[in-house]
Design a protein around this ligand. Structure first.
Ligand code: HEM
Length: 567
């Protein structure tokens, strides 16, 4: 009896329990605040106190306002200078001359940060690998795979898909003349087919589908839109993953398509694994898939060759290889048609270099056409690449940044999380005059001096793996498209463009303005305005030349059968 009384006396009431909890929480909160605001090695870095105190500050801009933190960080730099503390453990630097110091050469190890890599939802992937040496090990095999030489070797694969797309454009404009087409989908189908063919030696041939496989693009976009949520609340991904697929597909629109992509990749890996040491494996010698490369690598230990890990490599290749490139091509097409003076110059150059439209277009020759090269660079600048920041940690080297303007020196201890954003360089007025304008000429006038500011590929040993492939796709697509198709201004607006005898057709802009194409939010890749209807990023009405409603120029049109013969 006495013991029971003692237990009862010691058991706190609900009220007491709440006070106890609040007391402990307050002590913890005060301690944490003192540590973050005054004792942290980052305490001397300027920035908003709230950002230094809690990650909820970043969450507010990322999730509540929807991908707005990049813009907020820009504002913070205006207020606090080139070095700003943007979260309890992250410093952001806006100073291009620090880029080579932060991203550094391979002999200066750079790790990355697990909070930052969570957004990719693929923790075993190369891009998400934290440790420098581990990343090197994983990266080494696909690095050989994605060399310049490999992109050249696969020129025929890329060209075949470009031709297929131009054929699909002609078919579309004949079948439904004047009906607008959202160009993002066909260009995304193109990039997706190429990366599938390039890395997995197979293709869903989205270009041939009547809607250009729009669901695949939407699923990939949905994956990137989940990024900020997964970064701040990683459990959300675990939760969605443990739900039955029929339910998770309904909760997150586009998720079913994303899961299908993952299943397809896994199925292919299992098929390839099963074919090891058989005749089928040998059939791939001419065009090995990334999985053949990884599985036969002598450097990679068995734990690096599990199906789950390989599937994540495949997933990031598909995501990285589709949306970035296709968005850049969409922007190039939009801006060229929207600014006829640039289209005219490009077409003059293409017509002079390739008098016969059916002539082969070797990549090496295209890369040496100055105006085309300038158009590609300007489009990449507008595309930004990854609109988010790229974080690095120097594990054992102290980094120093000296602000030339103020003479102030900043020292970052080993282990400090430091990030920079390509967006802030490529949209910097002091480097690129009228940064939102489309001016390929700047790359001709200022020669190679601007090249170092086009840092959209990231840097150091972790820089983009698909750079050569992306360049090859951009050159071939833009050259072939605008050698055969002209531009005709804006639907219900100006008819000014560039239409020439022999053109297969022309592109006209439909309900899209330059502002619509500007970055409106960051979901690791830039998402443009018209956020509510992502699908309307760039619209172009297409017509084969005989459907020319303006009557300005009647051009003999190749009938569909002739188009097919030309190929
Ligand atoms: C316009 C086109 C593209 C742009 C602007 C771009 C940009 C980038 C950037 C900024 C990074 C992060 C680099 C870093 O952390 O320093 C990256 C990584 C990556 N990209 Fe691209 N990318 C493009 C196209 C492609 C293509 C076509 C592929 C497919 C082969 C690809 C595959 C990858 C992969 C696998 C990584 C991770 C590399 C690693 O961590 O080792 N990208 N890309």
């Amino acid at each position: 009896m006495a013991a029971r009384d003692l237990v009862a006396a010691m058991t706190p009431s609900w009220e007491q329990a709440i006070y106890l909890f609040l007391g402990i929480w307050s002590v913890w909160f005060v301690g944490l605040s003192i540590q973050r605001l005054w004792l942290s090695p980052l305490a001397h870095i300027p920035g908003p106190k709230l950002a230094a105190l809690t990650r909820l500050y970043e969450l507010y801009y990322d999730i509540i306002l929807g991908g707005q933190y990049t813009f907020k960080i820009s504002d913070l730099h205006q207020k606090y200078g080139p070095v700003v503390r943007i979260s309890p453990s992250e410093v952001h630097v806006k100073a291009h001359d620090f880029h080579s110091e932060l991203y550094a050469s391979p002999i200066r190890p750079r790790a990355t940060w697990n909070f930052w890599t969570r957004q990719f939802g693929a923790p075993y992937n190369d891009l998400a690998t934290i440790d420098h040496n581990h990343h090197e090990l994983r990266r080494n095999t696909p690095n050989n795979f994605s060399s310049n030489q490999q992109a050249c070797n696969l020129q025929s694969v890329i060209e075949e898909r470009v031709d297929a797309l131009l054929h699909a454009f002609a078919r579309y404009s004949n079948d439904v003349p004047g009906v607008p087409l959202n160009l993002m989908y066909p260009f995304s189908a193109f990039a997706n087919d190429v990366i599938n063919e390039y890395a997995f030696a197979r293709s869903d041939r989205l270009i041939e589908k009547s809607d250009f496989g729009a669901q695949v693009t939407d699923s990939l976009l949905m994956g990137t839109r989940m990024g900020p949520i997964v970064k701040h609340a990683n459990w959300a991904l675990t939760f969605v993953n443990i739900l039955p697929e029929s339910l998770s597909g309904r909760l997150a629109p586009g998720w079913s398509g994303f899961l299908k992509m993952q299943h397809d990749i896994l199925a292919q890996i299992q098929e390839i694994k099963a074919s090891e040491k058989t005749e089928k494996w040998r059939l791939y010698i001419d065009h090995p898939t990334i999985f053949h490369e990884l599985l036969s690598s002598a450097e990679l230990p068995p734990e690096e060759k599990t199906s789950a890990r390989l599937a994540q490599e495949g997933q990031i290749l598909l995501q990285g290889g589709t949306l970035t490139t296709s968005w850049t091509i969409s922007l190039a097409a939009f801006h060229l048609v929207n600014k006829p003076s640039t289209l005219r110059k490009l077409r003059d150059e293409l017509f002079a270099a390739f008098p016969d439209p059916a002539e082969a277009m070797p990549l090496a020759k295209l890369e040496n056409l100055p105006y085309l090269r300038a158009v590609v660079k300007e489009s990449l600048r507008h595309g930004i690449g990854t609109s988010g920041r790229l974080a690095r940690i120097s594990p054992d080297e102290t980094l120093v940044y000296e602000d030339a303007e103020s003479g102030k020196e900043w020292t970052f201890r080993p282990g400090t999380v430091i990030s920079m954003s390509p967006y802030m360089t490529v949209m910097d007025k002091s480097i690129f005059d009228d940064p939102l304008g489309f001016h390929p000429e700047r790359w001709l006038e200022e020669g190679e001096t601007l090249d170092k500011y086009l840092d959209i590929w990231g840097g150091g040993t972790r820089g983009c793996l698909g750079r050569s492939l992306a360049y090859a796709e951009l050159y071939l697509m833009l050259a072939k498209l605008f050698r055969r198709w002209g531009g005709a201004g804006v639907v219900d607006g100006s008819n000014e463009g560039d239409r020439r005898l022999g053109d297969v057709g022309y592109l006209k802009i439909f309900e899209t303005t330059t502002r619509d194409c500007e970055m409106a939010s960051n979901h690791f890749i830039p998402i443009s305005h018209k956020v509510s209807c992502l699908s309307s990023r760039v619209l172009a009405r297409m017509r084969c030349a005989d459907h020319d409603a303006t009557g300005q120029q009647r051009i003999t049109v190749p009938p569909r059968s002739l188009l097919a013969e030309q190929r």
